[in-house]
Design a protein around this ligand. Structure first.
Ligand code: SAM
Length: 233
């Protein structure tokens, strides 16, 4: 197994490689990625874009999704806490995938699967209304105005997310960037979601686990914002 990410047919502007992987991380990728990697997501794997059989994925358990799991701490925490659901995580940054695999080994959780690539490839093949909850934690901020269209909270991503989310499904967004809050509040309702709750520092969800990027934001003096939406239906 190579440590190269899946080749994407879409433009992806983020990083897919960081520091040289440690030998242990290369070992996780070689030995463990194949066991948790979702089949039939990448274009190479599924050129006909045949929908995934999500009902059969986790023995019929409700399906949750985390977009851009980074080092995977929140994803593993949720999988351990909610054994009655199955969670898919997406992350194109290979160092993050390797970190997650180490955490999966340590926690021994089995109710998760990953796509080590762009979430848009997953959106192509998820059946409509198949996702019961979605987490978007500290998405890439793209601070320059001319790059705002690369943000996740734009109609291209949000329309695809809305299609795969079940009526009433929860969509959580955490960010430390005030302008990202602004764009989220402007764009997400237009994609078919109602705002349910909005909180600042100290107002995280009861089951929240602070992520690496949240810790970095706090160290650098920025405040978290937690937004909760519900898919109309
Ligand atoms: C700022 S980091 C936050 C990571 C983690 N959620 C946290 O809170 O520590 C944003 C992550 O989103 C990932 N990402 C960006 N675009 C993505 C996409 N189209 N599909 C999946 N993940 C994406 C990036 O690779 C990056 O790891």
């Amino acid at each position: 197994m190579s440590d190269q990410p899946v080749t994407e047919r879409r433009n992806f502007y983020g990083r897919v490689h960081g520091k040289t992987l440690r030998a242990s991380q290369k070992g996780y990728l070689a030995e463990d990625l194949g066991k948790v990697r979702l089949q039939g997501v990448s274009v190479e794997d599924n050129p006909g874009r045949v929908p995934l059989n999500t009902a059969g994925l986790f023995g019929g358990r409700p399906l949750w999704l985390e977009v851009g799991f980074g080092g995977g701490e929140h994803l593993v925490h949720m999988a351990a806490r909610y054994q009655e659901v199955g969670i898919i995580g997406c992350e194109p940054f290979v160092n993050g995938v390797a970190m997650l695999l180490g955490k999966i080994r340590a926690a021994g959780v089995e109710n998760l699967a990953i796509h080590p690539g762009d979430v848009r490839d997953l959106f192509d093949v998820l059946p409509a209304a198949s996702v019961a909850k979605c987490f978007l934690n500290y998405p890439d901020p793209w601070p320059k105005a001319r790059h705002h269209r690369r943000r996740f909270v734009t109609q291209g991503y949000l329309g695809a997310l809305a299609r795969v989310m079940a009526p009433g499904a929860e969509f959580r967004v955490a960010t430390d960037i005030p302008d990202y809050v602004r764009q989220t509040l402007e764009e997400v309702p237009g994609a078919g979601f109602d705002l349910v709750a909005q909180a600042g520092a100290g107002g995280a969800w009861e089951d929240w686990l602070s992520t690496r990027y949240e810790q970095k934001a706090l160290r650098e003096g920025r405040s978290p914002h937690y937004l909760t939406f519900r898919r109309k239906g």
